[in-house]
Design a protein around this ligand. Structure first.
Ligand SMILES: [Zn+2]
Length: 238
């Protein structure tokens, strides 16, 4: 027995219309849904990178006799790198957006304060479900002779090594830069982050010649581009 035979014609037509409408509706919805998720994922990025401007607040990092504070240059650089990664669809979060630290009032002891501050940054990266963690610093030595950028990864992290090498390869393309390769290290922040992590020392503010460049916009732009390119390369984004 064919079922349409027992259903009155009008009812059958109404049902057919409902079925067609439901099918069309779900098709349209599905197109919109996939379309919108594609747009959303392109806008927010499949990749999340936490950029950590080293030091801040009570902790200035290295200071030069000219009154340049490492923490301030680190923050400028982190913001520049963030802007460059946005068009690549990479979501960037900074561990700090201003001159601040994460040490509650009343905490004493240099080492304790530093550890609390670093742990907070490590936790921020974990909460952000970051794919990568990039800590930005400037170097300094007593002699003032050293110059150039250095990138460190945790010696046990293969992915950290890949990221560090990618960034350092771009940094050494900058005219006048040294030819260093990425180095393994055992620093607290790259050891304790739960995702591949690197420390990028963008240059030596203890070197008079390099110090002058490090505070200039054109040179900062070159450094930022190199770091951003290294990060994008890690994700296979040209
Ligand atoms: Zn530093």
């Amino acid at each position: 027995m064919r079922w349409p035979l027992i259903i009155p014609g009008k009812k059958l037509n109404a049902m057919a219309v409902v079925i067609v409408l439901v099918l069309m509706g779900s098709l349209i919805l599905s197109v919109f849904w996939h379309g919108s998720t594609a747009v959303i994922s392109r806008l927010s990025g499949h990749h999340v990178v936490v950029i950590d401007p080293g030091h801040g607040g009570y902790d200035p990092g290295a200071i030069t006799s000219q009154g340049i504070y490492e923490k301030n240059v680190n923050l400028q650089m982190a913001k520049k790198i963030r802007e460059l990664l946005k068009p690549a669809g990479i979501e960037v979060k900074l561990t700090r957006d201003e001159d601040e630290d994460y040490v509650p009032d009343g905490v004493r002891g240099k080492v304790t304060k530093k550890q609390i501050d670093l742990n907070h940054r490590i936790n921020l990266a974990a909460q952000a479900k970051a794919d990568l963690f990039v800590s930005i610093h400037l170097n300094a030595t007593e002699s003032g002779r050293n110059s150039g950028a250095e990138t460190f990864y945790h010696y046990k992290s293969g992915e950290g090594k890949k990221l560090a090498e990618g960034i350092q390869e771009e940094l050494i393309k900058i005219p006048g830069m040294n030819r260093r390769i990425a180095k393994p290290g055992d620093f607290y922040i790259i050891k304790n982050t739960s995702m591949p992590a690197v420390i990028v020392e963008l240059g030596y503010i203890s070197n008079p010649k390099e110090q002058k460049k490090l505070v200039q916009s054109w040179y900062q732009d070159q450094l930022a581009k190199a770091v951003a390119k290294g990060i994008a390369k890690y994700f296979g984004i040209p």
